[in-house]
Design a protein around this ligand. Structure first.
Ligand code: FCB
Length: 451
């Protein structure tokens, strides 16, 4: 095996026959059709109206128009050769007001999608909440409010009663870190709240709603595998000082262990809770037991490692994320480090021992240039993909119970606060015509999957 990154050629057969190869998307990022078939408003519809909230002033109102083009998109996946597809269900299509009676047209859309996947031999992986909370629930208090926890469990019940006979892989939440901190502390994601203490209560309520939903999903979807997807990062020290090493530990507590520890029955990390002091979430009797409901897998979204320096006075955690000089980066500025995936997966396996791990997202954004003939030679993304697949192989060879990999994303799409300025797809989307074109990275994936 050569060490030239572009020439690293992992082979599908290295991963064993049952390994899942997929693509991931999320509802608000691709569906569009925000007024179709009784859909209610989500917090992202509202947030996009805020001047300055989205870099290009856009929204997910049309996005990839997947709501109307889903069959074409399923055909595309079939041509790619994936055997699994991770999508999310838009809560406001199912319960336009966030609670109560289900909207049958919303349920039917996902029902058709699931049947279409099964017909093509693609296993459906459904995420219940990928950030598009119904606006009505936000108006009633949102995630800081316990009522939203109850509403989520009810919504999970409605969806899994309807689709649980055919969907057997369920993810409760996508990346609760983002909802908690980007949505409620930094305010750069919906609902755009900036309050530190509130963000920690949101963290707790997301995990609690996950734990309470797990038994409900199991009841409605016999034989299903249920899990949650976290955004996780290996954390590296900026320098060799003992102070930076201690900062890494503190930052890791907030970034990773505040999620992993309670999910794997260790409770919240005492050290982090002590640092948070009065800002720590309010945890009631029984909450931790609920959060630790046994799951079948952990979904890991890996994009980049974080480099951290000691920063006295910098918030409760007194640590700061810094940029390392001279490293490879995506157009987003995220460091490219495939080896970080190996480190991360080995650590999760050693410290928490989830039964199974799936990489539920991994991908990159670069400034794609469409050639006159329509092709998109995204060689950097292709290299990113190939090297991370190789890293996944190394993790598996090291004993990590890794069972699948989902590339982010099937399509270029609405990248949240970045609007349409960032393309993550292995398929190019011409937003004016909605034409889809497989990029060089997508062609590499197809070839890898065929071999
Ligand atoms: C993840 C999100 C996903 C997408 C990628 C780039 O944090 O889960 O929706 O935006 O980042």
């Amino acid at each position: 095996m050569t060490s030239t990154p572009d020439l690293l050629q992992p082979r599908r057969s290295d991963f064993g026959p049952g390994f899942l190869w997929g693509c991931a998307t999320s509802s608000y990022q691709i569906e569009g059709a925000v007024d179709a078939d009784g859909r209610g408003a989500s917090i992202w519809d509202r947030f996009c109206q805020r001047p300055g909230a989205i870099r290009d002033g856009s929204s997910g109102a049309v996005a990839c128009d997947h709501y109307h083009r889903w069959e074409e998109d399923l055909d595309l996946m079939q041509r790619l050769g994936v055997n699994a597809y991770r999508f999310s269900i838009a809560w406001p299509r199912i319960q336009p007001d966030g609670r109560g009676k289900a909207e049958p047209r919303g349920l039917d859309f996902y029902s058709r999608l699931v049947d279409g996947l099964l017909r093509r031999g693609i296993q459906p992986w459904a995420t219940l909440h990928h950030w598009d909370l119904p606006q009505a629930l936000q108006d009633a208090g949102g995630w800081p409010h316990i009522g939203t926890v109850r509403a989520f469990v009810d919504y999970a019940d409605v969806v899994t009663r309807h689709l649980g006979d055919r969907v057997k892989r369920w993810i409760t939440h996508n990346e609760p870190w983002c909802t908690a901190f980007l949505g409620h502390h930094e305010g750069v994601h919906a609902p755009g709240v900036k309050d530190w203490k509130t963000s920690l209560q949101v963290l707790h309520h997301l995990l609690l709603s996950h734990g309470l939903a797990v038994p409900v999903i199991r009841r409605n979807s016999p034989g299903a595998m249920v899990g949650i997807t976290l955004s996780l990062h290996p954390i590296e020290p900026a320098g060799d000082s003992a102070a930076d090493a201690a900062a890494v530990r503190r930052h890791d507590g907030l970034r990773n262990r505040m999620f992993l520890d309670p999910l794997f029955n260790k409770g919240y990390p005492a050290e982090t809770m002590a640092l948070l002091g009065a800002n720590a979430p309010n945890v009631l009797t029984g909450d931790l037991q609920a959060i630790a409901a046994p799951t079948d897998f952990l979904g890991v979204n890996y994009y980049f490692p974080e480099v951290v320096a000691d920063a006295p006075g910098h918030g409760d955690i007194a640590a700061r994320v810094v940029e390392r000089e001279g490293v490879e980066r995506t157009a987003f500025g995220w460091q490219v480090k495939p080896a970080g995936l190996v480190t991360l997966l080995r650590r999760i396996h050693a410290d928490y021992g989830p039964r199974r791990i799936y990489i539920t997202e991994n991908g990159s954004t670069f400034d794609d240039v469409v050639q006159p003939d329509g092709s998109v030679p995204d060689l950097q993304r292709r290299s990113f993909l190939a090297r991370h697949v190789e890293a996944a192989r190394q993790a598996q060879a090291a004993g990590v119970p890794l069972h699948g990999y989902f590339a982010w994303s099937l399509l270029d799409n609405f990248e949240w606060a970045e609007g349409y300025t960032r393309r993550f797809g292995i398929t190019h989307v011409d937003y004016a015509t909605q034409r889809r074109t497989l990029k060089a990275s997508g062609q590499w994936y197809a070839q890898f999957l065929r071999a």
